[in-house]
Every structure is written in structure tokens, then in C-alpha cells.
Design a binder for this molecule. Structure first.
Ligand SMILES: [Zn+2]
Length: 589
């Protein structure tokens, strides 16, 4: 968004925030906001409803309490709520208005704030309010740590000469700069000419020296795609919990979730490096090179884009690829991960219902709000977007005799859309740019994006001497078509796959499975599995279920397991040309 008064607002003094912690054990942040140079009878002060990067309206103002406005001398000013996230203050001629409120912060995630006696994680869109139409105004934040805390980690620049004070040139930057306060374990490394700080909260069995080296390799490998790193300073805020994962990208920092004792296994360690690669790649793809709807943001409502398959999907393609390029995955490891993406897409009936572009557009109401039927109605723009990226990469390699690839698209798009124009791309602009690099039409790939269809993967994989195979093909393993969980020692149906026997026979989500063919089912499903496995597709089984407290017998005709088990394998008769393109794509072990 732009403001009609931008020349005036640039000259304005920064809005001053002070955050402190009177009752961290009760999960509260105290916020004081001082707004100088007020020249209006009323002032609308708002809190964003969402956190960019996480496409869900989260209603952060639900955690606000005790909102008060006053003159600098403490005399109260009238304030009324005019919307769920807006307070209107009558200024009574005051040139400076002071706002105070508390925020309850007790939701563990990378995009929500959390405070307890051990630390505070401030996710800025749920902590800081802004003055309506003054997003371009500068802000300063004084952080007053709780008495037992000693460290602050944030991508915000410190204000020289002032203790624990940070500045943001505008509110887009403030809202993109989370703050970790506590006693986190901090270590640093330099890579691509950039100082990187890692702030570890929650402990764990990580090896700092190994992480410094390996994270630096990921940084170098991401930077080499674009040829430059736009930051001087970058912060990884890592929250280590008993179990955890996921991340959220920011302009010059990221917040990562990790399981504190997963660093000790090769799989756990490499998946952490994959997460590092993913969020770091976002520093270009989505934070700077972005779809037109994603920056400048509207903090008041949903920001719709059909291009998350590029913003997230291409990033998901590059995360494993960067781990491969940095030398942590063999070609075989990499292809195994890629086959996992194929399985995640093709084993979901939703792949044939929801086009990828629509999955992106509806992220707000679907991907971030999945229900029990999501497997039948939705496709992930992460997994399928990653596969579109793979197919685009191979298409370009083939069309240019290995001279160019998707790296060239990303680099050129970064230069054209971000560096030259600093504007988001439209769907048509990105396509035209990718076609310019490929030197040919990419209509086939865009048809896959805009329709709910499955690619012929081998059209692409064969180009690089590989083939996708289904290890379950011809396997007539009988299957009900349900997923279950155990609750209170009961076996409960969680989802029913479209077109399966259970779907057609009328098994419902939340049914408790009690008996099969007259035999009691135990909670772990042992008896259920024994009966199913000794049957064959086409056989009918009688299931006794409890539905809303009433017993019911449901007849289900078993089908062959519809879930494929994919692997990507080398073609034994691959030509030198195919092998050479594969090497251009994935390098050599
Ligand atoms: Zn992402």
C-alpha cells in the first residue's frame, strides 16, 4: 500500500515502541506506543490480522487487552473500537498520543508470539500496532528484557548509542522482523560476505561447529543461484522443542522450529539443513522476487495470489536441491526425496480436484484450514509446485542443450522484477520471462498448473535418463481406503479416501471401528489388518461401527490399494546425451 501523504510522512519522526515484561510467567507483553506529530482530530490505530508468509487470517487483535490512549502527561484520551482490529482515538488537539496495551502470547508456532518465564518470542504483526495509512513511517523499538534475560536477537538494526533500541525504516520492515528475547545460545558465521547469527532457544543436541560450517555451505549454495546476497546481517531464530518443525521467512531473518534431539541423527540433521535451505532461499524468492499480491501487503485482510506454486513450490524444489548441491545428499538421496514429492501429490485424490493455481488462491480457506476431507479435495502447492519446478528445469535444460536451467529464470526474474522495478510479477509476466529463458513456449506446464491433472513425469525424467516407477504396480494388496487414529483406546476413522471401498460403502470420519466379520477389533487394528490382509480385492467385509453412540453394520467391498509407492530410477540404456544433461542438473556423486 502507498500513502497519499508519503512526502509528508517521510519527514515525520518515528513512532516509538517500548516492549516490556511485567508478568512473563502469565504470558504477557506490555506495549507502549508513542505517536509524535499528530495533526488530526482522530487517529485510527490498527493491528494486522495476518503474518505475511503464513496465509491465514489469525486475528491477532484477539490477544490484545487493556487498550488505553492518553496525552504524554497521562491524561486519558477517548478511544473506541470501530473494527475488530481498529481503535479510533480522539486526539483533543494533542500533538503526541501515547497508546498502551497488553498482548497475551501463548501460542507456540513460528508465526505467533509466545512468552513464558524462559523467553519471549515476538512475532511482530501480532505485537505492534500501526497508524492507519502510515505504513511508510519509521519506527523505533526499545526492548526491556525481563530481569533474568540478557539477550535480544532480531534482524532490526540497532540504534547506535541507545541500549536495546532498534529501528525500522517503515512498518513493512518492522512487521518483517521478529524479535527473540531471553538467554538464547548465540553463535555466528560468515558466508557470502554476510554475518549470520544463529539464536538457539530450547537447547538440544546440536553441534555448533558443524552447524556453522554446514549452514555456511547452504548459504553459499543459495546465494550462487542469484549471484548476490542482498543482506549485511541475517538472523536464524531457532526454537527447539520436544517436537517441532516448519519455518517462516522474513527479509533478513527467519524463525525455524526444530525437535531439540533430532540433530543427532543423519535424517534429522539433514532435514534441518533442508529447512534452513528452504527459508534462506525465500530471502530472494517471495521476500523480494514476489507475486504482485505479496508486497506491499494489505495487513487488514487476505492477499490473494495464484502464484504460491512459484513462491512456495519453487522454494520447496530448491531446498532439497541446495542440500544436494552443498554436498549433503547423494544423487540417490535427492531422487528419493523427489519421489516423495510425487507420492505426496499422486496419492491424494485432491490432485484431480483442485488446480494448483487455485490451491494457491484458496490457501487462506483451504491449505491453512484443512478438514477431514482435505486429502480428497486439495493438492499442496509445495509438493506439486516443486514438481512443476523440476519439470521446468528439465524442459529448459533440454531446450538449451544444458546451457540454461531454472537458476537462470530465478536470477533473471530477481533482476527484472525486484532489482529493476521492485514490483511483484503477474502470472503472465513470470511465464513470459521463463519462456524467454527457455526459448520456447511453456504452455504445457502452465496447463498442468491451471488444471487438476497429473503430469506424465517420465516425459521429463527420461530426458535426463531417469524413470519414475511405481513399486506397488501389479500388487493386488487389498485395502479399505481409510486412515485411522487411536483415541481413548478406540480405533477412530480420520479420513476416507475418495473412490475407495470405504468411501463407496459409507464409512464415515469419526466412526469407531468395533468389529470386522463378527470379530472384535482391538485399538491397534491388529485384527482388522489380519482380516483385510487375508482377503483379496473384490471381497466384501462387514464392519461394525459405532457412530454417534449407535451401532451400525457397514458392508465394504475391498479394492486394491490405490496408494502408489514411487521411486525414481536410472534408465539402464540412457544415452550419453541424457547422462550429460543429468549431470548438468544434479552434478556427479
Ligand atoms: Zn516456504
Amino acid at each position: 500500500m502507498t500513502t497519499a501523504f508519503s512526502t509528508e510522512s517521510f519527514a515525520q519522526q518515528p513512532i516509538q515502541f517500548e516492549v516490556s515484561f511485567k508478568e512473563p510467567q502469565a504470558h504477557y507483553v506490555e506495549v507502549k506506543m508513542e505517536i509524535p506529530e499528530v495533526n488530526a482530530k482522530t487517529l485510527d490505530v490498527k493491528m494486522p490480522v495476518w503474518a505475511p508468509g503464513s496465509y491465514l487470517v489469525r486475528e491477532f487483535s484477539k490477544n490484545v487487552e487493556g487498550f488505553q490512549a492518553s496525552a504524554p502527561n497521562g491524561n486519558p484520551l477517548p478511544a473506541v473500537k470501530t473494527r475488530k482490529n481498529t481503535w479510533q482515538i480522539t486526539t483533543n488537539g494533542q500533538k503526541t498520543v501515547v497508546v498502551r496495551y497488553r498482548v497475551y502470547a501463548y501460542e507456540v508456532s513460528v508465526r505467533t508470539s509466545f512468552v513464558d518465564d524462559s523467553h519471549a518470542f515476538l512475532s511482530p504483526t501480532g505485537i505492534f500496532m500501526y497508524v492507519n495509512d502510515q505504513i511508510d513511517r519509521a519506527a523505533e523499538v526499545v526492548v526491556k528484557p525481563f530481569s533474568t534475560w540478557s539477550k535480544i536477537s532480531t534482524g532490526l538494526e540497532p540504534v547506535q548509542g541507545r541500549t536495546d533500541t532498534f529501528q525500522a525504516a517503515n512498518f513493512d520492515i518492522l512487521f518483517d522482523s521478529p524479535i527473540e528475547v531471553g538467554n538464547q545460545d548465540i553463535f555466528e558465521f560468515t558466508a557470502a560476505g554476510v554475518r549470520h547469527e544463529v539464536a538457539m532457544y530450547g537447547g538440544g543436541n546440536y553441534d555448533k561447529e558443524r552447524l556453522k560450517q554446514d549452514m555456511a555451505k547452504i548459504v553459499d549454495s543459495a546465494t550462487s543461484v542469484y549471484g548476490e546476497n542482498p543482506n549485511k546481517h541475517y538472523v536464524f531464530i531457532v526454537h527447539n522443542y520436544q517436537s517441532g518443525g516448519g519455518g517462516l521467512e522474513h527479509l533478513n531473518s527467519t524463525v525455524l522450529g526444530a525437535a531439540r534431539f533430532n540433530y543427532g541423527t543423519e535424517t534429522g540433521y539433514k532435514s534441518f539443513l533442508g529447512l534452513v535451505a528452504h527459508e534462506y532461499f525465500h530471502l530472494w524468492n517471495i521476500k523480494r522476487l514476489r507475486p504482485v499480491a505479496l508486497g506491499p501487503f494489505n495487513y487488514d485482510e487476505e492477499n490473494y495470489t495464484t502464484n504460491l506454486w512459484i513462491g512456495e513450490g519453487f522454494t520447496a524444489y530448491y531446498d532439497n536441491l541446495l542440500v544436494r548441491r552443498a554436498g549433503f545428499y547423494s544423487v540417490e538421496n535427492y531422487l528419493h526425496a523427489l519421489a516423495g514429492d510425487v507420492a505426496a501429490v499422486e496419492n491424494r485424490p485432491g490432485n484431480h480436484v483442485q488446480p494448483l493455481s487455485e490451491a494457491s488462491f484458496d490457501a487462506w480457506i483451504k491449505y491453512y484450514r484443512p478438514n477431514e476431507n482435505a486429502v480428497n479435495t486439495q493438492v499442496s502447492y509445495y509438493n506439486k509446485g516443486a514438481l512443476i519446478a523440476m519439470m521446468m528445469d528439465i524442459t529448459i535444460l533440454q531446450a538449451t542443450n544444458g546451457e540454461k536451467g531454472l537458476d537462470d529464470v530465478m536470477k533473471l526474474a530477481y533482476e527484472e522484477f525486484y532489482k529493476k522495478r521492485n514490483k511483484g510479477y503477474t502470472d503472465a509476466e513470470f511465464k513470459a520471462l521463463a519462456e524467454k529463458v527457455a526459448g520456447k513456449s511453456l504452455d504445457d506446464l502452465y496447463t498442468l498448473v491451471n488444471t487438476a491433472s497429473s503430469p506424465n513425469y517420465n516425459t521429463y525424467l527420461n530426458v535426463v535418463g531417469l524413470a519414475l516407477v511405481d513399486l506397488n504396480e501389479g500388487n493386488e494388496e487389498p485395502d479399505l481406503g481409510i486412515r485411522t487414529s487411536v483415541s481413548d483406546n478406540k480405533l477412530i476413522v480420520q479420513s476416507v479416501l475418495r473412490e475407495s471401498g470405504a468411501w463407496k460403502g459409507g464409512i464415515n470420519v469419526n466412526d469407531e471401528l468395533i468389529g470386522i466379520n463378527g470379530v472384535r477389533i482391538d485399538a491397534v487394528g491388529k485384527e482388522l489388518n489380519r482380516v483385510i490382509q487375508s482377503a483379496k480385492p473384490g471381497d466384501t467385509v462387514k464392519l461394525l461401527v459405532s457412530r454417534d453412540g449407535l451401532l451400525k453394520e457397514v458392508h465394504v467391498t475391498l479394492t486394491a490399494n490405490m496408494q502408489a509407492k514411487f521411486a525414481i530410477v536410472p534408465l539402464s540404456n540412457a544415452s550419453d546425451a541424457q547422462l550429460s544433461l543429468r549431470e548438468k542438473w544434479l552434478g556427479r556423486d
